[in-house]
Design a protein around this ligand. Structure first.
Ligand code: TXA
Ligand code: MG
Length: 542
């Protein structure tokens, strides 16, 4: 079948021709403000049957009747309550579908055998004109192949339906971008069956109490039939599996950045796009603009099918306003595979190791995964300058080791490095003053790396979920610090000899990162993979 494309801007005849397709039982793609619909005469069982065939849609999934105005309600619905007219007056034409008791004139094929019908009046003048011209209500599911993201432009719909339908009316891009909100008025209080282009808050302003069907927020259990039968199917799904990440935007971004592997893709908020530069990436719009997100969500999902992405991580808005609909579509695309970044505990990773082993590259790797790096030595020196109590405590323990406010490192070193007891005491004092400062700096960050040579001796390890020692073969370390610091081989060996032996780290750290790479870049990549694995493991555990 050749699919004809109608251009309504070319005049009345296009509308007449399109309406003729409906009247004679054909299939017509129609633009609406929400998504493109796959329309047929709702009263013609055979025509409706073709909709199910073209979409590959399960037969038990009822279709929405599209009407040009509220005056048509009486034709297809029984016992229309006053509130239905009130809603129509306020929100029609617009993205609201009402479920009402149906009349027998609507065939079982259309209603999926239910005694109710869903009715809506789309906010697209061309489509209303076509329905009026055809003189029949139009049954129209979204114009995608069953299971795929809904189409929000004529070209998206043709991607799925070219050759399977008689015609499509190109009415431009859909203004809203997610399907209509479905409200069931046959129960009391009314129930939201599907969040959509009309926010729940606005419905509640008119209706008062509105309950929310479970199928909106969670996977429908095997064998159960939700009130909107369509809510039980995996929907909107790109080929690659999807994980939805909820929570404060900076936290969801941090989580994704930390766990994202080579070849995996991201749907992110505009504000975080730079973080995912070089990745297969789709932007959902600003984190604070749910209308823009609704507009983009299906397109973003659809675009992944022309990429090689093996998995997709999606940032997700909270449930207010259109966020409820956007989040619902993303979660359905993910089969409700959801990570709540707000509920993940922050992970603090202490990183230590002798000079020349590659600690700096390891820190850079963690930073590239979005980790907040805290240089504990720098904090110590800042505190020494700023914190009179710290200076006082040191003076009380070791005598006057300050020149004015400046620590005389040689003097203090002379005392503590020859006397383990004294070193222990110094560590204790510093610890008391540093822990709260570092804790404060780490607060609110999902992933923190503590850069601390004395991680184990200083007691800072107490702040860490994991302690990582970066180790490298001695010969490699000697060469590296000779080059880096321009020192002789003898001096390099002396310095390394004065530090803790490998065994010490192996005994006291929870993880070992062995630097056997040739060159810092190769090691940085090794370290990135190491930390990503570690972070995934810890989060999976939570
Ligand atoms: O925005 C929209 O509503 C779009 C455009 C084309 O108008 N249409 C749309 O249709 O999204 P569809 O078929 O993709 O989704 C209709 C949803 C399904 O989940 C279906 O189960 C539910 O509406 N539905 C239809 N009639 C119903 C009824 N009588 N009772 C409960 N749920 C119903
Ligand atoms: Mg659909």
């Amino acid at each position: 079948m050749k699919t004809r494309v109608f251009h309504p801007e070319n005049g009345e005849d296009e509308i007449k021709e399109a309406a003729r397709i409906l009247r004679r039982g054909g299939l017509l793609g129609i633009p609406t403000e929400t998504v493109y619909g796959l329309g047929a005469n709702a009263l013609d069982e055979e025509a409706v049957g073709h909709i199910f065939e073209a979409k590959g849609r399960p037969q038990d999934n009822p279709l929405i009747l599209h009407v040009p105005d509220a005056g048509w309600l009486e034709r297809y619905c029984r016992e229309v309550p006053e509130v239905a007219y009130l809603l129509a007056e306020k929100f029609w034409p617009g993205p609201l579908t009402m479920i009402l008791p149906g009349k027998d004139i609507v065939p079982g094929r259309t209603t999926g055998g239910l005694s109710t019908v869903g009715v809506r009046c789309p906010d697209h003048a061309v489509t209303r004109a076509i329905i009026r011209e055809a003189g029949v209500p139009v049954a129209a599911p979204s114009g995608n192949t069953s299971g795929r993201p809904s189409p929000t432009s004529a070209s998206d719909m043709l991607e799925d339906m070219d050759g399977k339908i008689d015609g499509i009316v190109d009415g431009g891009a859909c203004r809203v971008g997610v399907e209509s909100t479905i409200i069931d008025l046959t129960v009391s209080p009314p129930q939201l069956l599907r969040p959509g282009g009309l926010p729940l808050e606005e419905l509640r302003q008119v209706l008062g109490e509105v309950t929310v069907d479970k199928a909106v927020t969670q996977q429908v259990a095997e064998g159960l039939r939700p009130r909107a039968p369509g809510m039980k199917y995996r929907h909107y799904a790109p080929h690659a599996p999807v994980t939805v990440v909820t929570g404060a935007p900076h936290r969801s971004a941090a989580y994704i950045q930390a766990v994202l592997q080579e070849g995996e893709g991201v749907i992110c908020f505009e504000e975080f796009r730079e973080r995912f530069a070089g990745r297969v990436r789709q932007c959902l719009g600003s984190a604070w603009d749910t209308a823009q997100q609704a507009h983009r969500v299906f397109d973003a999902l659809r675009r992944f099918d022309s990429t090689e992405a093996t998995h997709i991580y999606a940032q997700c808005p909270d449930d207010s306003g259109l966020g409820l609909a956007v989040g619902n579509r993303l979660k359905k695309a993910a089969g409700f595979h959801i990570v709540d970044a707000d509920r993940l505990p922050g992970i603090t990773i202490g990183i230590t190791g002798g000079t020349g082993s590659g600690k700096t590259s390891a820190l850079r790797a963690l930073c590239a995964l979005g980790g907040r790096i805290i240089d504990c030595d720098a904090v110590y020196h800042r505190e020494l300058a700023a914190n009179a109590r710290l200076r006082q405590d040191i003076t009380r323990a070791f005598g006057d080791v300050f020149d004015g406010e400046k620590l005389n490192r040689q003097k203090l070193g002379g005392i503590v490095f020859s006397d383990p007891e004294a070193l222990h005491r110094l560590n204790g004092i510093v610890n008391i003053h540093l822990l709260p400062v570092i804790r404060r700096e780490a607060e609110g960050h999902l992933i923190v790396g503590l850069d601390a040579i004395n991680l184990l001796q200083s007691g800072l390890a107490a702040l860490c979920r994991e302690t990582v020692a970066v180790l490298a073969p001695t010969e490699q370390r000697v060469r590296r610090i000779m080059e880096r610091d321009g020192i002789s081989e003898d001096y390099a060996r002396l310095r390394i000899g004065a530090q803790q032996p490998e065994e010490y780290y192996r005994q006291h750290c929870s993880r070992i990162l062995e630097n056997r790479a040739d060159g810092p870049e190769a090691f940085e990549e090794q370290a990135r993979n190491f930390f990503r694995e570690l972070i995934r493991e810890v989060f999976d555990h939570e």
